[in-house]
Design a protein around this ligand. Structure first.
Ligand SMILES: Nc1ncnc2c1ncn2[C@@H]1O[C@H](COP(=O)(O)OP(=O)(O)O)[C@@H](O)[C@H]1O
Ligand SMILES: [Mg+2]
Length: 280
């Protein structure tokens, strides 16, 4: 199968052979390769299929131009217990409930993945037993406890036989193990290099296969600015496409959900509640 076959909705695309170099007035002989084209209506159909993953919250979907974008990396950061993992569960459930690329890969680096929590969210949606089972069957969970395994797991996704059915990759959290295990000053450069490499692999998985990548990230105090900022510095800031933040509001279950930066989505804020149904 060539690269283009993977993207073709069917096999009836017209193929144009790119012949040998002599035929094409180029100086060097190259192996021939195939190029396919698609009609505009096929491209429109493709784009409908690859719509963002709904958050399940209409106000938030509106802010996010539909939801979590496929083909790029979305980061959600915030302080401990603010709801980052809950949000990740919610997006995972929504991807695996859908028909388009329903396999979700969940890489759990903190040991907090709970299928029961996804079942609970699905119960609120009145999902049948069989669709609940389908959703859970479509979520592949990798529990990793050191950064080398995290790197290996991401690398192994490239070789997955059913990669074309993978719609979402979650890493909860992206930075935790790197920071815990490469914590001395002398290891910081290495740590940043490895996080950078991990992000570039994720970006390539996302772009090549129209996969939404969602990573959670912790925050650290910026004493100068007197506010919480996501850890990972410029490597994270440049390595992810969309940055989202969850913040607590005056105790209770109220949460402020912010779009902090994105190349094409304006900054925005919405007030949500963290409930049994998830963030609503
Ligand atoms: N079943 C539930 N119903 C309502 N709220 C829940 C439920 N489970 C967890 N939570 C809320 O989620 C918080 C933990 O969120 P979590 O996503 O694990 O935080 P983190 O940002 O550290 O990943 C808990 O403090 C609680 O407020
Ligand atoms: Mg968490």
């Amino acid at each position: 199968m060539n690269l283009f076959d993977k993207y073709s909705p069917n096999k009836k695309n017209t193929e144009i052979r790119v012949g040998t170099v002599e035929e094409n007035f180029v100086l060097e002989e190259q192996p021939s390769r195939e190029i396919v084209f698609k009609s505009a209506s096929e491209i429109l159909e493709d784009s409908k299929l690859s719509q963002p993953i709904s958050t399940g919250v209409s106000g938030l979907n509106q802010l996010l131009h539909g939801g979590i974008e496929r083909g790029s990396i979305t980061e959600v950061f915030g302080s401990p217990t603010v709801g980052k993992s809950q949000f990740a569960f919610q997006i995972t459930k929504n991807n695996s409930l859908g028909k388009y690329k329903p396999i979700s890969i969940f890489i759990d680096t903190e040991g907090t993945f709970k299928p029961q929590r996804i079942v609970q969210m699905l119960k609120h949606q009145k999902a049948s037993q069989s669709s609940t089972k389908d959703v859970l069957d479509n979520i592949m969970v990798f529990s990793v406890s050191n950064y080398k395994d995290q790197i290996k797991v991401v690398q192994s996704i490239f070789q997955m036989p059913n990669l074309e059915n993978v719609g979402l990759i979650v890493i909860d959290s992206l930075t935790n193990l790197f920071r815990a295990q490469l914590s001395s000053k002398s290891q910081i450069i290495r740590r940043q290099q490895l996080i950078n490499l991990q992000l570039s692999k994720l970006r390539s998985l996302a772009q090549r296969n129209k996969i939404a990548v969602l990573v959670t990230n912790q925050v650290g105090m910026d004493y100068q600015a007197q506010r919480n900022i996501p850890v990972g510095g410029n490597i994270l800031a440049h390595g992810v496409t969309h940055r989202l933040q969850i913040e607590r509001m005056d105790g209770g279950n109220k949460r402020l959900f912010k779009i902090v930066s994105s190349p094409f989505i304006p900054e925005g804020v919405i007030e949500l509640r963290l409930t049994e149904q998830g963030l609503i």
